[in-house]
Design a protein around this ligand. Structure first.
Ligand code: ADP
Ligand code: MG
Length: 818
C-alpha cells in the first residue's frame, strides 16, 4: 500500500508542481492514476474508499474535460492525497472501522395496480376497504383523517436489523444485530423466587454474547430449539439491546432467527424497521401495523404528480415507489436512511418543499397579474425628499429605495419585505415611500404590532413628513370612542395622507379615501391574513413589510416566500460596535462597579429583565423587587421603573424622564424593546439573559450604541444554565451582525421558536426539516420557479394542479389558479 501511495503522490506532485509547468509532459495521468487508485482501494477504510470510487468515476471522463478543469481536479487530488492519505492514518481508520455485513431479507414489494386520480387520496380513511372501526379510531388519534395523511405519516427514525456487528465491536446500551454459533445452552434457577432462566451463549470468533430468556411460557420452546441448532451447527441472528455484565455482553429477550441455508427468507430480522410517532396509549408495533395496513392498501394506486423532467433531472423514484420505500425500507444504505438522505426520502422531502414553493410561486404570479397602482415618481421627487434629510442615505438605503421606487412605479402591485438590522434606517426608507405616495395623491397606512411602536413611528413619520406639509395621523386602540370617530372621518375624507396605527387600522369602521401604500412593521407579529386585511382597505395598494429581526435565508424563503426581499445590510456611518459580555451571578459586584463608573461619566443605563409570567401580581412583584435592588445598589443615581402594567401616559412620562436625564437608570421589562432613541444610553444590562432568544437579545442590545460613545451590553446569567445556553449567548459576544445571530438562533432553537407558534402559519412542514434540508429547499425552489415561468397553467399536470389546490387552496386562495 505504501508503495502505491508513494507513486500516486509523486505523480500528482510532478504534474502540479511549479504551477503545472510539466502538465503537458505527463502523458495520460488519468490512466496511470486510475490504475494506481484501483490497486489502492482494498487497503482503504470505508470513507476513503467511497471517496476514491467517486474520483474514479470522474476520471472516466477526464479526457473530455477542459484544461482548466483538469488542472483543478489534479490540484485537488494532490491536496487531498497529501493531507488525508497518510499510511498510518489509513491503517488506524481501518482498525477503528467496524467490518460490515448486511443480511437482508426479502423485500416487501409494491404491486403496482392501475392508478387513481389524486383527489381519491383526499378522501376519509373510512373509504379504505376492509379497515375496521378500531383501526380507524387509532388512526384518527394519530391525526390521520384522510388517506393522504396516512401516506404522509412518515417514520422519524429507523431501527437497523440488517447490519451484523461483530461481537468485539458491541457497545453497552446500544441496539445491535449479532450473528454467531451456539456454544452453550443452559438452564438456571434464581435463588430467591425459584424462577427458571435460559442462557444461550453465541460466539462469532471475535467474541461472545449471552442471550437470556426469562419468560416461563417460551422457555421450553427456546431450549429445545437452541439445542437442536447447536447440534446442527447452524448460525443464529439475535437483535436487541446489549448490556454489559461482569460476565460479558448479554441481551435479554432478543429477537432471534435461525439462518437456514435451505430457506432464504428471514421473517423478523434482516429488515430496517421504521419507527413512527405514537399517540397516547398506542404501542409502536400497533402504529406500525396500522400505517402499514393503510399503505399496502392504497399506495399501489397512488399516481405520479411531479413533471417527468423533474423526476429525471434529480433521479427521483416515482411517487408510489418513494413513499413505499420510506415506509418499507429494505436494502437502502442505513446511514443515508437514518440521516434522511436516501433517494426516496429526498424525493418525499423535495415534494413537500416543492409543492409549497410552487404554491407560493403561483400565488405571487397571480398577484402580479392584478393591476395595481403605477405611482408617477421621478428623479425630482426623490431628490426633493433627500434634500431635507439631516443625513445622507447609506448605500444600502439607496439601493433598497431604488427597489421600492421601481416597484411603486410599476403597475404590478408591490409585495416587498425590507429586512434590516436594528438602527439600519428602515423607517426613513418607508417614510420616503409614504412621501411618494402622498405626492401622487394616495394615502399610506403604517401598521405596527404594539402601541409603543406605533407611537414611535408616528413621531418619526411626522418628523420626516411634516416639513412637506404632509399630515400624519395616529390610530390606536387606546383612543376614546369619540376620538376614534373623529379619526375615522378624517381618514375617510383623506385629511390624513399618512395614518400610523396598530391593529386598530384593520377594524371594520376604518375606511380610506384612496389607500395606495401599506407599510407593515412586522416584528414577526402579523401573518399573511392581517396583511391581506389591511390591503383590502384599498384597491390593490402596494405593500411594504419591514422587519427588524433579520431572517435567516432559509426561513425567508418559506415564511416570507410570497414577498420580494430587500436587505439594508449596512449601518449608518459612525456607529461603534457594542461590546458584549456574559456576566455570571457571582460577578455581579464588578458589574455594579462598572455601572457606577459609567454613570459617573453622565452615561445612562438600561436594565432589562424578562417577564416571568403573564400574571399581573407576579410581574409587579418582580418589577418592584428589581427596582428596589438596583435603586439600593446604584445610589445616588436616580432609577426609573417601566413595566407593562403601567398606563400609556405613565410609560411615556418615565421614558421621557429617562431621555431628559432625570433618571440615569431605567429598570424595565421588555417593553423598551421598541423604545425611544436615547443617545446618552451606553449600557444595556439584561438579567436572566438565557431566557431570551438571541434575536430578541440582539434587539435589546440595539437600544444602546445610538450615540457616539462606546457602548456595552451585559448578559447576566447563572453558571448553572448548561453548556448549550452559554454557547448560545457566546454568539452575541462574538458578533454584532444580526444576520449571523438570526442564523444561529435558528440553528439552536428551530423556526418555531423564532416566530412563536402562531406565526404566519407558513413553513410548518411535516417531513422537511429546514435545518437539515436546506439544500433540498434550494433545489425545490429553483424547480418551482422554473415550472411557474415555463408552464404557469400547469398544463398536462392535472394531478399536480389538483394536489396544489387540495393542499393550499385555502391558504393561498389558489382555487382559481391554473
Ligand atoms: P430602524 O427602523 O431600522 O431600526 P431607524 O430608521 O429608526 O432604524 O434609524 C435609526 C436612527 O438612525 C434614527 O435616529 C435615524 O434618524 C438614523 N438614521 C437613519 N438613516 C441614517 C443615515 N443614513 N445616516 C445617519 N443616521 C441615520
Ligand atoms: Mg405599484
Amino acid at each position: 500500500m505504501k508503495q502505491t501511495l508513494k507513486r500516486i503522490k509523486e505523480l500528482l506532485f510532478l504534474v502540479t508542481r511549479d504551477n503545472f509547468k510539466y502538465f503537458n509532459r505527463v502523458k495520460d495521468p488519468d490512466v496511470v492514476l486510475s490504475k494506481l487508485f484501483k490497486e489502492l482501494l482494498p487497503y482503504l477504510d470505508r470513507k476513503r474508499k467511497s471517496w476514491l470510487n467517486r474520483v474514479l468515476k470522474v476520471l472516466e471522463n477526464y479526457k473530455g474535460l477542459p484544461e482548466k478543469r483538469k488542472k483543478e481536479l489534479l490540484k485537488e487530488l494532490h491536496t487531498v492525497f497529501t493531507l488525508k492519505f497518510l499510511p498510518e492514518e489509513i491503517e488506524r481508520a481501518r482498525e477503528r472501522e467496524i467490518p460490515r455485513e448486511r443480511i437482508i431479507s426479502k423485500r416487501e414489494k409494491i404491486e403496482r395496480k392501475k392508478t387513481y386520480p389524486i383527489e381519491a387520496f383526499f378522501q376519509e380513511v373510512e373509504k379504505v376497504k376492509g379497515i375496521d372501526k378500531r383501526r380507524l379510531n387509532r388512526l384518527k388519534k394519530l391525526g390521520i383523517e384522510r388517506i393522504i395523511d396516512g401516506i404522509y405519516y412518515l417514520p422519524f427514525r429507523y431501527e437497523d436489523r440488517t447490519t451484523v456487528t461483530p461481537m468485539a465491536y458491541l457497545k453497552p446500551n446500544g441496539e445491535f444485530l449479532v450473528k454467531g454459533k451456539v456454544v452453550n445452552v443452559s438452564e438456571l434457577q434464581t435463588s430467591k423466587k425459584k424462577k427458571r432462566i435460559l442462557k444461550v451463549v453465541l460466539y462469532d470468533r471475535t467474541g461472545s454474547v449471552t442471550l437470556l430468556f426469562l419468560q416461563e411460557r417460551v422457555l421450553n420452546y427456546y431450549k429445545s430449539l437452541f439445542k437442536k441448532v447447536k447440534e446442527l451447527g447452524r448460525e443464529v441472528l439475535a437483535f436487541g439491546t446489549v448490556k454489559r455484565k461482569t460476565s460479558g455482553f448479554e441481551i435479554v429477550h432478543p429477537e432471534v432467527e435461525i439462518l437456514d441455508p435451505h430457506k432464504g427468507k428471514l421473517e423478523k430480522l434482516g429488515t430496517i424497521l421504521p419507527v413512527y410517532h405514537c399517540a397516547e396509549g398506542i404501542k409502536q408495533t400497533t402504529v406500525r401495523k396500522d400505517i402499514h395496513f393503510l399503505i399496502k392498501k392504497v399506495l399501489p394506486y397512488f399516481p405520479e404528480y411531479l413533471p417527468k423532467e423533474i423526476l429525471k433531472k434529480y433521479n427521483f423514484p416515482e411517487a408510489h415507489e418513494a413513499f413505499w420505500r420510506v415506509h418499507f425500507p429494505q436494502d437502502e444504505d442505513v446511514e443515508e436512511l437514518q440521516n434522511f438522505k436516501s433517494p426516496s426520502q429526498k424525493r418525499v422531502i423535495f415534494d413537500e418543499l416543492f409543492l409549497f414553493q410552487l404554491a407560493i410561486g403561483l400565488y405571487k404570479q397571480k398577484v402580479k397579474k392584478e393591476k395595481g397602482i403605477s405611482f408617477p415618481i421621478d428623479e425630482g421627487l426623490i431628490e426633493e425628499f433627500k434634500k431635507v434629510l439631516p443625513f445622507k442615505l447609506t448605500g444600502a438605503q439607496e439601493k433598497v429605495l431604488r427597489e421600492i421606487v421601481n416597484d411603486m412605479k410599476s403597475p404590478e402591485p408591490m409585495n416587498r419585505l425590507v429586512q434590516g438590522d436594528v438602527g439600519s434606517g428602515k423607517t426613513v426608507v418607508s417614510a420616503a415611500a409614504a412621501f411618494f405616495a402622498a405626492r401622487s395623491g394616495y394615502q399610506t397606512a403604517v401598521m405596527a404590532p404594539t402601541e409603543i411602536l406605533a407611537n414611535q413611528h408616528f413621531k418619526k413619520f411626522k418628523e420626516f413628513l411634516n416639513p412637506y406639509g404632509i399630515r400624519v395621523g395616529l390610530l390606536t386602540g387606546s383612543l376614546s370612542k369619540k376620538q376614534k370617530e373623529t379619526m375615522y372621518k378624517a381618514i375617510k375624507e383623506g385629511y390624513f395622507q399618512v395614518v400610523v396605527g396598530t391593529h386598530a387600522l384593520i377594524q371594520e369602521g376604518v375606511e380610506f379615501k384612496n389607500l395606495g401604500l401599506v407599510v407593515i412593521d412586522e416584528q414577526h407579529r402579523f401573518g399573511v391574513k392581517q396583511r391581506a386585511e389591511l390591503k383590502k382597505k384599498g384597491r390593490m395598494p402596494d405593500v411594504l413589510v419591514m422587519t427588524a429581526t433579520p431572517i435567516p435565508r432559509t426561513l425567508a424563503m418559506t415564511a416570507y416566500g410570497d414577498l420580494d426581499v430587500s436587505v439594508i445590510d449596512e449601518l449608518p456611518a459612525g456607529r461603534k460596535p457594542i461590546e458584549t459580555k456574559i456576566v455570571f451571578e457571582d460577578e455581579r459586584r464588578s458589574l455594579v462597579e462598572f455601572l457606577r463608573k459609567e454613570l459617573s461619566k453622565g452615561n445612562r443605563v438600561y436594565i432589562v429583565y424578562p417577564l416571568i409570567e403573564e400574571s399581573e401580581k407576579l410581574e409587579l412583584k418582580a418589577a418592584t423587587e428589581m427596582f428596589h435592588y438596583w435603586n439600593e445598589k446604584l445610589k445616588p443615581y436616580p432609577v426609573g421603573l417601566l413595566h407593562g402594567r403601567m398606563k400609556q401616559e405613565e410609560k411615556d412620562s418615565v421614558m421621557e424622564k429617562f431621555k431628559r436625564g432625570e433618571f440615569s437608570v431605567l429598570v424595565s421589562t421588555t417593553v423598551i424593546e421598541v423604545g425611544v432613541d436615547v443617545p446618552e444610553a451606553t449600557v444595556m444590562v439584561i438579567e436572566h439573559a438565557e431566557r431570551f432568544g438571541l434575536a430578541q437579545l440582539h434587539q435589546l442590545r440595539g437600544r444602546v450604541g445610538r450615540g457616539d460613545r462606546k457602548s456595552y451590553c451585559f448578559l447576566v446569567t447563572s453558571r448553572g444554565i448548561g453548556e448549550d445556553s452559554v454557547k448560545r449567548l457566546k454568539v452575541l459576544e462574538s458578533t454584532n451582525d444580526g444576520f449571523k445571530i438570526a442564523e444561529a438562533d435558528f440553528l439552536f432553537r428551530g423556526p418555531g421558536e423564532i416566530f412563536g407558534t402562531r406565526q404566519s402559519g407558513l413553513g410548518d412542514f411535516k417531513v422537511a426539516d429546514l435545518r437539515r434540508d436546506y439544500e433540498v429547499l434550494k433545489l425545490a425552489r429553483k424547480a418551482a420557479e422554473e415550472l411557474v415561468s415555463k408552464n404557469p397553467e400547469l398544463e398536462g399536470l392535472d394531478n399536480l394542479r389538483k394536489l396544489l389546490s387540495l393542499r393550499f387552496g385555502k391558504k393561498f386562495d389558489l382555487v382559481g389558479v391554473g
